[in-house]
Write a protein that binds this ligand. Structure first.
Ligand code: FES
Ligand code: FES
Length: 941
């Protein structure tokens, strides 16, 4: 990440009294109000932005600091309370043995992914180890229980803390705690557990997220949003409002958008206004933005803003939107249907008629909030006739196109500089702060800054699509799947976002990774007056898997075949066609994943049965399994990545790779791939990421595409540079390239040729040699029945969940998840395990606790995500069935990891107590009600 004239200057707060305390061993005096939050003072007065703010309400723990040695949420501490105290922030940890040990352990264990929670985690762990040098795992979980992490699934954090504790207890000396420089030999980086290359800044607090850097003179931007799901509105005297409010510089509305007041991630369906015009279509939709001095903007009472609202009846769910004669949310979308998806193969009705066993089911899931720890933030400034926006994003080039259209300027006049991203999971593919920043900075000619509050983030940004799925499946008495009839409606909210992608992707995947000869999958994305639903790790496939994997369990039971065996019997192989008629060829590892679970499945089933037969109380155990497949990249659409590398005169290599690392590790993975393709040591590389002015387009970070697509482009660029160097040396293809300090030597048999880099001319990019390569996965369009090649590469996996149900309370405790994934080639096993464990945690939340209701619980206190105590041990089994297309055989893992967890848990729930909930999540009240209904012989769910 690069800054644009950005500063981390402390920002003086006028008008307060002097408060003296010590921070990281240094005496400080601040002049803020004694009531000001300590987190704010640390970040904005003292420039210690390592302390993160995820909620400002004591819910996330990201702001945890030590106050006289005790961990506290700095957002809940008034600065006046710390007078005379000692405060320790993440920036001070390296000066302590315990803190330094923890930082090192977090790096080596891969315990920091996006890094937004990492400072709070490190501080909480330091407090623990300071008072208990040899904690038990449960004590570690307790100690970090108040700090939320949305990426890691906590297991690597726990392992890192336990490891640091062992070392801290004196097993090793307390010498330098600098990160271990893991330096595999040239050409041997792929497959190594390399410490992530951007890890150090995540553990020492120097990483720059969206809210961490801004020009000192920046004005604040605040959106005025609809409090109603649907409302007409009229502005009062905006000019008078500005005039009467000192410190407010301007108000912007739809009429101030210089270009198109419309954007969207898929241009064909773009429909979302920067500012609503006349009518707000969902709660949280912006109608105006107020810009001014930070204090004045923050002090503003929204009730003072001159707007009158007329609340209108909303279309609040799928049924209302589809009802005959329902009002249209968008005039051009008949029946409130944004788009339909369809994949049809064979004769489903005939096959179901002939099947020995047929099962029907209906499942429903709700909105799910991404709940990344970093709310959206950034700043913008106008530089001549260009606009520059530095913000958190998963898709810099898509942002550039949309901002150019909004401002009515050429894309080349828009520079997007992605910051570190404190978790995205799909939602930061869509614009958030960027349009408001762009419009304000463009008009005012001054830098402007916008930081979403947690509530603002939750009410206005996209969610996982609620789904209502109906399906009917049939199999032979031998257990061979014959047919699946699947229909689903997805509540896509007020605007299109990724609704078309969900509608297209789900029909391709709803069979699961099995051979289903007769298949019909029909989907619809339906508009309602609710928050837009968009991309969330899996684009609808996790919802479909909940339905289809439970149906397959019911079919297996119906014909009396072991549930794992049923899946193995039906698993796709390299010869069987998928539901789109694609024959995958090499690299189909689903059978290997399922078989890897086999011995554990038998043991777990036996142990659960023993437990239940001996159980005298309310506890019952169950074991469930679910399979998964997921196509990497866009569905039947081009999605190229271009990577550029340059050989410098110093002999170092500049790697321009624009795959935004949102915590998953693409900065490291792509470099490992490129290094081995080139044959250079990893430490030779200088990484240049994301900035649209210096890095070619690597597409969006989504659809599990960066390892495959950008990784392949990096491999090709590396090989091309190697060939260019060999040519320069006049050497053959088999020659060896050696990278030495200050130069490159080519060895060709007995001959040795030193490339005199300092004497060679530089090209237009400023390099001795530049190599650029583009890769676009080979796919084909789908025909009217959805037949074709939607993806070049699929990832496969299977999870087994072992759970314990308290039948009196309705609570479900997951005891263990075993996760087998075919990743083709494990470029960096530590990072892959991190993706799997994080996916399991999100899948667990989806199965058991997470559901967002627009208008209710718009905070992290009421919206619950798994904390450390909720996550069981996760055993990852990595299967490497290489893809003939992926770089070094690699496939994606990001979304694959989340898909099978929820159905495996729900299948285990049925195994334990015999219930199937038709509405997910399986919250204690629903589980208890279903158990009671089952006991009474009633229908449930
Ligand atoms: S920011 Fe303080 S607890 Fe979330
Ligand atoms: S690494 Fe914990 S929130 Fe991202």
């Amino acid at each position: 990440m690069m800054s644009v004239a950005g500063t981390r200057e402390p920002r003086a707060q006028a008008g307060g009294q002097s408060i003296e305390f010590r921070v990281n061993g240094r005496a400080v005096s601040v002049s803020s109000s004694p009531l000001q939050r300590l987190s704010r003072v640390l970040r904005e007065e003292l420039g210690l932005t390592g302390t993160k703010v995820g909620c400002d309400a004591g819910d996330c723990g990201a702001c945890t600091v030590l106050l006289d040695g005790d961990p506290v949420c700095a957002c809940l501490v008034a600065t006046g309370q710390v007078e005379g105290c000692e405060v320790t922030t993440v920036e001070g940890l390296a000066d302590t043995n315990v803190g330094a040990r923890l930082q090192q352990a977090f790096l080596t264990h891969g315990a920091a992914q996006c890094g937004a929670c990492t400072p709070g985690m490190l501080i909480a762990a330091t407090a623990l180890l300071d008072r208990n040098s040899t904690p038990h795992e449960n004590e570690v979980m307790d100690a970090i229980g108040g700090v939320l992490c949305r990426c890691t699934g906590y297991r690597k954090i726990i392992a890192a803390i336990l490891d640091a504790a062992i070392k801290n207890a004196g097993v090793e000396d307390t010498a330098s705690a600098a990160p271990t420089a893991i330096s595999p030999a040239a050409g041997a980086a792929v497959g190594k557990r390399l410490v992530r290359l951007d890890g150090k800044q995540k553990v020492d607090g120097s990483e720059i997220f969206g809210a961490d850097e801004t020009p000192a003179s920046a004005l604040a931007v605040r959106a005025i949003r609809s409090p109603y799901h649907r409302a007409r509105f009229h502005f009062g005297d905006l000019a008078a409002f500005v005039r009467d409010h000192p410190g407010i510089d301007a108000v912007f509305t739809a009429k101030d958008v210089p270009g198109k007041n419309c954007y969207g991630v898929i241009s064909k369906f773009a429909d979302q206004p920067v500012f609503a015009e006349g009518e707000a279509r969902h709660r949280g939709e912006a109608i105006a933005a107020v810009v001014g001095e930070t204090a004045a903007v923050e002090a503003l009472e929204t009730a003072d803003f001159p707007v009158s609202w007329e609340e209108l009846p909303p279309l609040g769910d799928i049924d209302a939107a589809l009802a005959t004669g329902a009002r249209l949310i968008h005039e051009n979308r008949s029946g409130n249907i944004l788009v339909r998806g369809r994949v049809v193969r064979g004769d489903v009705d005939k096959a179901l008629d002939a099947a020995d066993a047929v099962v029907e089911a209906e499942y429903e899931t709700g909105f799910i909030e991404h709940a990344y720890i970093e709310p959206e933030a950034g700043f913008a400034q106008r530089v001549g006739d260009q606009i520059e926006i530095q913000a958190c994003t998963q898709s810099p080039y898509m942002d550039r196109s949309d901002i150019a259209a909004i401002l009515g300027i050429a894309p080349e006049r828009v520079r997007i500089i992605p910051t570190a991203v404190g978790g995205g999971f799909g939602s930061k593919l869509d614009l958030s702060v960027q349009p408001f920043l762009a419009v304000a900075a463009w008009h005012l000619g001054k830098p402007v800054r916008m930081v979403y509050s947690r509530t603002e983030s939750i009410v206005s940004t996209t969610k996982r699509h609620p789904a209502r799925m109906r399906l009917r499946g049939g199999c032979s008495k031998e257990g061979k799947l014959l047919a699946l009839d699947f229909a689903a409606d997805f509540n896509t909210g007020a605007y299109s976002s990724w609704g078309p992608t969900v509608s297209a992707r789900v029909p391709v995947h709803a069979s699961g990774p099995y051979y289903v000869p007769h298949y019909r999958a029909l989907t619809r994305a339906v508009h309602t007056n609710l928050v837009p639903a968009g991309a969330f790790r899996g684009f609808g496939v996790p919802q479909a898997a909940i339905a289809q994997e439970q149906l397959y369990d019911e079919l297996a039971d119906r014909v009396g075949i072991d549930r794992l065996e049923f899946r193995i019997l039906n698993a796709l192989d390299e010869h069987t066609p998928t539901v789109t008629g694609q024959v995958l060829g090499e690299g189909v590892g689903i059978r290997a994943c399922l078989e890897a679970l086999g011995p554990k499945w038998k043991t777990a089933r036996r142990e659960a049965a023993e437990f239940n037969s001996n159980a005298a109380g309310a506890l019952r155990r169950g074991v469930g399994v679910a399979g998964m497949w997921y196509g990497c990249g866009n569905t039947s659409l081009p999605n190229p990545s271009t990577v550029r590398i340059g050989l410098k005169r110093s002999g170092r290599i500049a790697l321009h790779q624009g795959a935004v690392d949102i915590g998953q590790g693409s900065n490291t993975i792509v470099t490992q791939i490129c290094a081995d393709a080139l044959g250079a040591p990893i430490e030779r590389f200088d990484l240049l990421s994301g900035d649209t002015s210096i890095t070619p387009d690597c597409g969006k970070t989504s659809a599990s595409r960066q390892t495959l697509v950008t990784g392949k482009a990096a491999q090709m660029a590396g090989e091309k540079l190697r060939r260019a160097m060999l040519k320069l040396a006049g050497a053959c293809d088999c020659a060896t390239v050696l990278f030495n300090d200050g130069g490159v030597t080519v060895r060709d048999g007995d001959k040795s040729h030193v490339l005199a880099l300092r004497d060679l001319p530089l090209d237009n990019y400023g390099y001795v040699i530049t190599s650029e390569a583009t890769f676009d996965p080979p796919t084909s369009p789908l025909d009217e029945n959805g037949q074709g090649v939607p993806y070049a590469v699929f990832g496969f996996g299977a999870h087994m969940a072992e759970i314990e149900v308290d039948t009196e309370l309705g609570t479900v405790r997951v005891l263990k998840v075993t996760a087998a994934h075919d990743v083709g080639r494990a470029i960096n096993p530590t990072l892959i395990e991190g993706q799997i464990e994080g996916g399991v945690a999100q899948g667990l939340g989806m199965a058991l606790m997470e559901e967002f209701f627009p208008g209710k619980g718009e905070n992290l206190h009421d919206y619950l995500i798994p904390s450390a105590g909720d996550i069981p041990p996760v055993e990852s089994i990595l299967i490497e069935d290489p893809s003939p297309i992926g770089p070094f055989g690699a496939k994606g893992i990001g979304e694959q990891a989340v898909i099978p967890t929820a159905p495996a848990i729900l299948n285990a729930l049925h195994d334990a107590v015999g219930i199937r909930l038709r509405r997910i999540p399986a919250t204690p009240d629903r589980v208890r009600a279903a158990i009671l209904a089952l006991q009474k012989g009633e229908a449930h769910g």
